[in-house]
Design a protein. Structure first.
Length: 282
């Protein structure tokens, strides 16, 4: 009876993942991880009917501590353990939807599970989702490069950050983009590309259940026109200040007319950097 139930749940979970446009490799890995957990958990529920009740499914989350102990006693790599725990969050969303549960049975174990999620695991799944939704090879390549550079920066500046929520959040992303703009003098179009990649990863992680919803921290200023200011045609989520020709610290030494002359850019410059593809040409 238990084996039949595992097969039924696993097949239904596979259909759920395909409908959500997960890649073939992700579907295979998730189903393998869930089957491993069900083989461990279902015998402990003492099922007496072919179909589990909502109360029995809700009890699955309470078995997480025992399952973690079971994993720690196996000769598995750290990445495999993290992946199996992360898969349960997605499986919990599936159970909630299919069996009309009030909550995700693994929601109370959210912090315990998220502490074991590897950023590399999330990036691989995120890039797989981009491919599955038709993103070009160049887009996937640029996103991978931009995200990896951000993670390298986090490792250097936040070596104590271990939890996923401490590594990937809007505050850190905003600090990173400010550093690129003010210290590294990164071109405006490149900064926009970095922001697009990181915010896409953050939004995807929240949507897929890896992270909880975060309060919006990007506060766009009112739209302005002119050199060095926000463009009226730019959307708030992609608006950035135009890069001055000289460092802003040096500009303060010049009178106002000279500063305006040094930071002036023609209209075509702003129109060009508003094009969606311009960020990938730099």
């Amino acid at each position: 009876m238990t084996n039949n139930l595992i097969t039924v749940l696993n097949q239904a979970f596979g259909l759920y993942l395909k409908a959500a446009k997960y890649s073939k490799s992700s579907v295979k890995n998730y189903r393998t991880d869930v089957r491993h957990f069900l083989n461990f958990a279902l015998p402990k529920l003492n099922l007496t009917t072919p179909q589990p009740t909502t109360k029995q499914l809700a009890r699955l989350g309470k078995l997480i501590p025992q399952y973690m102990t079971f994993l720690n006693h196996q000769t598995l790599s750290a990445n495999t353990k993290r992946r199996r725990l992360a898969s349960l969050k997605i499986f919990g969303k599936f159970l909630k939807q299919k069996y009309n549960l009030k909550t995700n049975p693994f929601s109370k174990s959210y912090q315990r599970i998220s502490n074991h999620i590897s950023p590399n695991h999330i990036i691989v799944n995120f890039l797989d989702s981009l491919k599955a939704t038709g993103s070009s090879k160049s887009t996937v390549k640029n996103y991978r490069s931009d995200i990896n550079k951000y993670l390298d920066w986090v490792k250097i500046t936040r070596p104590q950050a271990k939890n996923l929520s401490h590594i990937l959040n809007q505050t850190l992303i905003a600090n990173y983009l400010t550093r690129l703009k003010q210290i590294k003098n990164t071109p405006n179009s490149t900064v926009r590309r970095y922001k697009a990649a990181l915010m896409s990863l953050l939004d995807w992680s929240i949507k897929k259940g890896y992270l909880k919803q975060q309060i919006q921290t990007f506060q766009p200023t009112p739209h302005q026109s002119g050199p060095g200011k926000l463009l009226a045609s730019q959307a708030p989520e992609t608006a950035f200040y135009a890069k001055p020709i000289l460092n802003h610290k040096w500009l303060k030494k010049f009178p106002s007319p000279v500063r305006k002359a040094l930071t002036w850019r023609p209209k075509w410059y702003y129109r060009y950097h508003n094009l969606s593809f311009s960020s990938y040409l730099h």
